[in-house]
Design a protein around this ligand. Structure first.
Ligand code: NAD
Ligand code: UDP
Length: 316
């Protein structure tokens, strides 16, 4: 297969490119590196079947040659990133998704949309099932991400109904692992970077909100499974192991042996109170389930961060 991966220079995209190259696919990575990093894909240059195109997919997602599948991952994903890039986030969720869909339509290619648990907003149904329509504030600061992804799902299914594009949608829940940026503001990367630097761990609110954390290798196995299937979904893709944020902070302190203290900060606007995927559907349709417990995955991530010299400004 020749697969176009938008956002392939980012955290998840670079792991997906690597997994596809390793099994023998050709990969064209389209990325504007707004939140991705050249270091994420530097090691992929050794594959003759790897191409990188520096482009903004909100403007164009044209590529020369054949395409068998399009995996659309381009979008800022961390709250500080999408709050810093609100219009770009809306653009890539809307025009970027349309351009990626057009690419798939022209080539009769499989199209995989990386949607998000954020389509459920601050969910009133727990755990979240795919039939739940969500509780999103359409005018709050997070709406630039949530509504862009909801539109991306809508336009993807409209392309399926109108043009017969072979669309598959996964709703990804909080994922962590190597290649997260230490300063991306997400909770796992932030806590690990802070603990290793001996800085206070920043808990927002009282830390009693929950998230369910999936290790990146499990997530990528699910993305590849969905890409290879002809399922439409949407399927939740995540690890149902649910953690209080304050317990995650304790885990990171234990694993790093850090003497960092905890510092409490205000909870961001519309921060969801709890989140856990019901993964019955993807388990039944694709046989997918996560294998890496959070304690193991966080330990592996701590080791990866500790192996790298980074400064607190975020440069490795
Ligand atoms: P990331 O920020 O590391 O990667 C996103 C990539 O998209 C970056 O390389 C960035 O430069 C690129 N990009 C952004 N706008 C672009 C544009 N207009 N044109 C070309 N490239 C562009 O984030 P990630 O965690 O790897 O997330 C990847 C995808 O998965 C996103 O679509 C995100 O919404 C989705 N997702 C991720 C998570 C998670 O926990 N990591 C959870 C839910 C959904
Ligand atoms: N969070 C925190 N401290 C941080 C970063 C995040 O307490 O330094 C909290 C955040 O308020 C949220 C949870 O951790 O309740 C997960 O945040 P993240 O940004 O990783 O993901 P998302 O909010 O998109 O699920």
């Amino acid at each position: 297969m020749r697969v176009a991966v938008t956002g392939g220079g980012g955290f998840l995209g670079s792991h997906l490119c690597e997994a596809l190259l390793r099994r023998g696919d050709a990969v064209v990575c389209l990325d504007n590196l707004s939140t991705g990093r050249p270091e994420n894909i530097a090691h992929l240059r050794k594959y003759p079947a790897f191409e990188f195109i520096h482009t903004d997919v909100s403007l164009s997602a044209e590529i020369p040659g054949s395409v068998d599948a399009v995996a659309h991952l381009a979008s800022p994903a961390s709250p500080p990133d999408y709050l810093r890039l609100p219009l770009e986030t809306l653009a890539v969720g809307s025009r970027g998704t349309e351009n990626a869909l057009e690419l798939a339509r022209r080539h009769s290619a499989r199209f995989l949309l990386a949607s998000t648990s954020e389509v459920y907003g601050d969910p009133l149904v727990h755990p979240q099932v795919e039939d739940y329509w969500g509780n999103v504030n359409p005018v709050g600061p997070r709406s630039v991400y949530d509504e862009a992804k909801r539109y991306a799902e809508a336009v993807s299914l409209a392309y399926r109904r109108t043009y017969g594009v072979d669309v598959g949608i996964v709703r990804i829940f909080n994922t962590y692992g190597p290649r997260m940026r230490p300063q991306d503001g997400r909770v796992v990367s932030s806590f690990i970077a802070q603990a290793l630097a001996g800085e206070p761990l920043t808990i927002y609110g009282d830390g009693k909100q929950t998230r369910s954390f999936c290790y990146v290798s499990d997530l990528i196995r699910g993305l590849v499974g969905m890409l290879d299937s002809s399922e439409t979904g949407p399927f939740n893709l995540g690890n149902p192991e649910e953690w209080l944020v304050c317990d995650l902070a304790e885990l990171v302190l234990d694993l790093t042996g850090s003497g960092s203290r905890i510092q409490y900060h205000p909870l961001p606007t519309d921060d969801p109170v709890r989140r856990r995927p019901d993964i019955t559907r993807i388990r039944e349709h694709l046989g997918w389930h996560p294998e890496v417990p959070v304690a193991d995955g966080v330990r592996r991530t701590v080791e990866w961060f500790a192996d790298r010299a980074y400064d607190t400004a975020g440069a490795w």
